[in-house]
Unconditional design. Structure first.
Length: 347
């Protein structure tokens, strides 16, 4: 939390309000912030997990599974895309939580926010093209915290950048999913053919098993219900994933990373990347990651592409180069947390 003068739930409501895309969760956050017994329920999350995301996803999970309750009519993804006006959803939400407490508590206590937002591949797409330009091809890619791995197959999605009437498309005409990304600013991200990828691997503490119906529905439950387009995008990516699921190694990424880096030949371009992951790291974990990359950079150049969140609902796409004990940083772009827009900053 960046503003210590306000409480957690007020802060969460403010951040969601800034997104301008989830009025339901704004109201529910405000309501929970004034309801101690709901705050107590949400506080039962696993260590390091955000209470709001887990509580809201747990309720959403039961509704997706068919639990009948008047609260359903406030979920746009369950009511045909409508946003219900004139009725406060919070009393219904509180009633749902009280009525279904026994089903909610096991979810709250066990589940984690391993969201896999496919829209972020629209910004990663541009980032990897820049990595290939400066580091060469083919690329060896290592994702930290890939969840289900849907952003590991970023090069199987077509990207359409739009600025007014202008369009700039990546070269993948037969793609089964096209990601639309609004262009802000005057510069245009690199497009054309995707760089060649020699290997890709994910390192994930809590991998999502997409063959498991519970895991698939939990992935859907983490999507905010007002953002209907994200569900269609997720389902399309799940279909693409079936054809060639990437390799994900379960375990602590910081423990697994040295071996993953060592398996790549020193004369090949290697890039570690992560999106909305390290914000959950304790400071000592972030420093440990930087130290690992610095040590690996003593043997050969190591690139790190980061798309992480800041305050005011902004992401920054940043590229680091670790080599000979030094770290060089370049800011590539400002981005929306879900990849809705990008402002390309790099020359």
């Amino acid at each position: 939390m960046s503003d210590k003068s306000i409480g957690y739930w007020e802060y969460f409501a403010r951040e969601v309000r800034l997104s301008g895309e989830a009025p339901l969760y704004v109201r529910l956050s405000e309501g929970v912030g004034a309801t101690p017994w709901l705050q107590e329920m949400a506080s039962q999350v696993r260590t390091g997990q955000p209470p709001a995301n887990v509580l809201f996803a747990s309720v959403h999970f039961l509704l997706l599974r068919g639990t009948e309750h008047p609260l359903r009519r406030h979920y746009a993804n369950l009511n045909g895309g409508r946003r219900l006006e004139g009725e406060d959803p919070f009393p219904l939400f509180a009633d749902f939580c009280e009525t279904h407490r026994d089903q909610l508590m096991p979810l709250i206590r066990s589940r984690v926010t391993n969201t896999n937002e496919v829209g972020r591949s629209g910004t990663l797409n541009a980032g990897f093209r820049e990595v290939a330009r400066v580091a060469g091809e083919p690329l060896h890619l290592i994702e930290i915290g890939p969840s289900a791995g849907l952003n590991m197959i970023w090069d199987r999605y077509r990207v359409r950048y739009r600025r007014g009437t202008e369009e700039f498309l990546t070269d993948l005409p037969d793609a089964k999913l096209t990601l639309d990304v609004e262009l802000r600013g005057e510069r245009t991200p690199p497009v054309g053919p995707a760089p060649r990828v020699a290997s890709r691997v994910g390192l994930e503490m809590n991998p999502v098993d997409l063959t498991n119906a519970d895991d698939r529905d939990w992935l859907r439950a983490l999507v905010w219900p007002d953002q209907v387009a994200r569900f269609a995008r997720l389902d399309a990516a799940l279909e693409i994933y079936k054809d060639a699921p990437p390799k994900i190694i379960p375990g602590n990424a910081l423990d697994l990373l040295p071996d993953a880096l060592a398996r790549v030949a020193a004369n090949e371009a290697v890039c570690v990347y992560h999106t909305y992951v390290t914000y959950q790291f304790l400071p000592k974990m972030r420093h440990a990651l930087y130290d690992l990359l610095t040590v690996a950079g003593l043997r050969r150049p190591v690139w790190c592409l980061s798309n992480e969140g800041q305050s005011n609902n902004e992401n920054y796409l940043t590229l680091w180069r670790y080599h000979d004990g030094t770290k060089e940083e370049r800011m590539l772009a400002r981005t929306h947390p879900h990849g809705t827009w990008i402002e390309w900053l790099a020359n």
